[in-house]
Write a protein that binds this ligand. Sequence first.
Ligand code: SF4
Length: 123
Amino acid sequence: MAEEVNLICTACPQGCTLTAVIENGEVIEVLGYNCKKGIAYGIEEIKDPRRMVATTVKVKNGFHPLVPVYTDKPVPKPLIPKVLEEVRKVELTAPVKVNTVVLENVLDTGVNVITSRDMPTKA
Ligand code: SF4
C-alpha cells in the first residue's frame, strides 16, 4: 500500500508543498512541484536527506574566540552529529582568512568545512 509524505521543497524560495508517494520503500511519484528540481528534491529528501551545516570553530588569539564556518555541500543528515564532533576538535590561530578550509573531505563525505569570515588577531 502506498504511503504519502508531505514535504516543503527548499530548492528555491518559492517553497512548493510536495507530496512524495512511497511504495515498498521507493518513491514512485512526487506531486505538487512547480519545476523539475522539485522531483529531485522529493526523491532525495526521502532516500538520502541532506542539510547544510553551519557552526563555529575556536580561534586562538582571535579578535573573537570563535569564527563561523559552514559546509560547502549538504551533509547526509545521519552524519551531522559526527561532523559537528569533528569540527569541535579544530582550533585555528588568528589571523584567519575567509574561505579557509578548516576540514577537508570531513568523514570521507566529499564535503569541506570552510570559514565564512575573516578573524583578525586580538588588538
Ligand atoms: S519545485 Fe521548483 S519552484 Fe517549487 S520550490 Fe522546488 S525548486 Fe522552487
